[in-house]
Ligand binder design. Structure first.
Ligand SMILES: *Cc1c(COP(=O)(O)O)cnc(C)c1O
Length: 348
């Protein structure tokens, strides 16, 4: 979901942005008007995430998937190995891509628990020679989430925050790189945000394409070539919305309340089930199955009739998944809970 207020404002401004006679979609990315929009978005993001001055905020394309390659290309810096933590489907994709560039040490994995847990930090086998440590704070498909930042000493910590960025306050200074595709919790698809510590920029591996170097985008304020202007603009409206709502502390409070409610309904029934250990459950993505999977189709149909959509679980795991990102109001979760209780009563 996107916040309704944001979409209404975008609709209002759609054909004529603040009386300039043009839609944001029609503006040159080098125009005075667009630069105002772009700079304000970055300023607001820096403010809501308290991003320190020694970090660059890059507005990129290629999705989180392109970052799977950009991270090793930019961060290996003469080393030939990196540590990865494997907590599920997205970790695996990042690992497979990194293997094109370096040796990958799987420092910890929760594969033996079928990715229903987060490996304890005390069990990680970090390689002292690693160029960086990569992990996925929230596994969007499995619904497992780290609820604290792992301490990895002085080695740069890299996080794929695609599905949890802006869900709560985060200490950016603990990271070397944070990246996120915009389409989960920021705005429309097409934009990728990378927050990169200064000292990690400018030491790419040989033959790194210009477009895949953080330095290119850093030096050009993310305008080396045409950025995804409209997505950047909408992201800016979302940052402003978060600010007006009370910032990331407020987002965290709302997100935790929404998630707690939903897990409590699941846990208090034999009809629904979530396999993730309670301390590692995601605030953003709540997968659940029915005791009788033959009822999945019927559940989804009744949900749709009640206006509750996009609940089908990821094709790799089946069942259901409620993605309750920032913009999902608590009433949305309440409506899902009402449907779940009703469905359980009528089908058990
Ligand atoms: C969705 C997602 C991705 C893939 O993002 P793209 O922008 O489509 O490349 C990667 N990692 C995580 C954690 C995701 O949720």
């Amino acid at each position: 979901m996107l916040p309704e207020e944001v979409m209404k404002q975008a609709a209002m401004e759609m054909t004529d942005w603040k009386g300039c006679g043009m839609s944001v979609m029609e503006m040159s990315h080098r125009s005075k008007e667009y630069i105002t929009i772009a700079e304000k978005a970055e300023k607001d993001l820096r403010e809501i995430m308290s991003i320190p001055d020694n970090y660059k905020v890059l507005f990129l394309q290629g999705g989180a998937s392109a970052q799977f390659a950009m991270v090793p290309m930019n961060l290996l810096r003469g080393k030939d190995t990196a540590d990865y933590i494997n907590t599920g489907a997205w970790s695996k994709k990042a690992i497979a891509e990194a293997k094109l560039f370096c040796k990958v040490n799987i420092a910890a994995s929760s594969e033996t628990s079928k990715f229903t847990t987060i490996p304890l930090r005390s069990d990680w086998q970090l390689n002292p020679e690693a160029a960086y440590v990569h992990y996925t704070p929230n596994e969007t498909i499995g619904g497992v989430e780290f609820h604290s930042i792992p301490d990895v000493g002085n080695v740069p910590l890299v996080a794929d925050m695609s599905s949890t960025i802006l869900s709560r306050p985060v200490d950016v200074s603990k990271y070397g790189v944070i990246y996120a595709g915009a389409q989960k919790n920021i705005g429309p698809a097409g934009l990728t945000i990378a927050i990169v510590r200064d000292d990690l920029i400018g030491q790419t591996i040989p033959a790194t394409p210009t477009m895949l170097s953080y330095e290119t985008h850093s030096k050009a304020d993310s305008m080396y070539n045409t950025p995804p202007t409209y997505s950047w603009y909408i992201a800016g409206l979302v940052f402003e919305w978060i600010k007006n709502k009370g910032g990331l502390n407020k987002m965290a409070e709302m997100n935790k309340r929404k998630a707690d409610k939903l897990y409590s309904v699941i846990d208090n029934s034999d009809f629904y089930r979530n396999p993730v250990e309670p301390v590692s459950r995601s605030w953003m993505n709540v997968p659940f199955t029915l005791a009788n999977p033959e009822l999945d189709g019927k559940f989804l149909e009744q949900a749709k009739a009640a206006g509750l959509v996009t609940l089908k679980g990821h094709r790799s795991v089946g069942g259901m998944r409620a993605s309750i990102y920032n913009a999902m109001p608590e009433e949305g979760v309440d409506a899902l809970i009402a449907l779940m209780k009703d469905f359980e009563k009528n089908n058990s």
